[in-house]
Ligand binder design. Structure first.
Ligand code: SAM
Length: 280
């Protein structure tokens, strides 16, 4: 019978956040695949876990996933842990999960800490709707495209960032989104945990004076629906009513529906548009 893959969330800074189920599972599986074995050995020693470990990281994720699938097919139970937090969130875990699913191997998740969710709950921004960006891509073109998409994002945006790239990322966010509310969540669950609700502009001023230190999650306020509506209205106002009408007619709308929509876009009564067009 094939074994099972267990995705085991581990602490993001505070060892007491390790769950009992993760400790028990790491002790009982045949093999632990870890993103950084030198780092994870400290965790295993702390909890007296003697299971053997193998490395599974960004640079061996494809071949190593094949090897792990083979082990699972031979009946071994495997646990996956990342450097910290939930496996498959901004780490190579997703490749292994996909390959296991393709091979018909059962995958289960033992939930626990994830920096993004911890930050979201502390951000003071809307938690009802959010999106997770992880690290912004290092490729300039790809990053520009994502920043362009984020301009219109109305959900709270969660971004991971390393301290040495923080200022650059804040500058890029400021350039793309303008000034927005942002909460900088630093060193979560650790001794120097700091939650700083501020604006992008003020954060830039702060880090012009002091160097960023530690691990960060950025929670950025989404564009408000009111702002979106105002911008849309402003863009219609820059057109003449004839241009506005042509726009909808070219899109296949009949004259009556177009008049109704134009009135709605401009926030005026339908009769006003009708009378204007009649007078032409
Ligand atoms: N799998 C992890 C999770 O579940 O959150 C994320 C791994 S990702 C490689 C590492 C990034 O997560 C860091 O660069 C930082 O942005 C964020 N992070 C991890 N631990 C953190 C902490 N204690 N405080 C703030 N951010 C943290």
């Amino acid at each position: 019978m094939a074994g099972m893959l267990y995705l085991c969330a581990t602490p993001i800074g505070n060892l007491r956040d390790m769950t009992t189920r993760v400790v028990e599972t790491l002790r009982s599986v045949d093999l632990i695949a870890a993103e950084d074995t030198r780092n994870s050995i400290k965790l295993l020693n702390h909890f007296d876990i003697k299971t053997s470990m193998t490395s599974y990281h960004e640079y061996n994720k494809v071949e190593k996933a094949d090897y792990l699938v083979e082990q699972l097919q031979q009946g071994k139970n495997v646990a996956l842990i990342s450097d910290a937090g939930t496996p498959a969130i901004s780490d190579p875990g997703e490749v292994l999960v996909k390959k296991c699913q393709e091979a018909g191997i059962t995958v289960t998740s033992l939930p626990g800490p994830a920096a993004c969710i911890t930050a979201l709950t502390l951000s003071g921004l809307s938690t009802r709707r959010f999106c997770f960006e992880g690290f912004l891509p290092s490729d300039k073109k790809e990053k520009a495209q994502i920043l362009e998409e984020l301009k219109e994002e109305s959900r709270t945006i969660l971004i991971y960032e390393a301290p040495h790239h923080l200022v650059r990322t804040l500058e890029e966010l400021y350039e793309a989104l303008g000034d927005r509310r942002i909460t900088l969540c630093r060193e979560l669950t650790k001794k120097f945990e700091t939650i700083l609700p501020t604006t992008i502009e003020n954060a830039l001023a702060l880090y012009g004076k002091e160097e960023p230190r530690g691990e960060y999650v950025l929670a950025v306020e989404g564009k408000s629906l009111r702002q979106k509506k105002e911008e849309r209205q402003a863009s219609w106002q820059s057109m003449t009513i004839e241009e506005h009408m042509a726009f909808y007619k070219e899109g296949g709308m009949d004259e009556k529906s177009a008049m109704k929509q134009i009135a709605k876009d401009r926030g005026v009564p339908k009769r006003e548009i009708y009378q204007y067009l009649l007078s032409k």
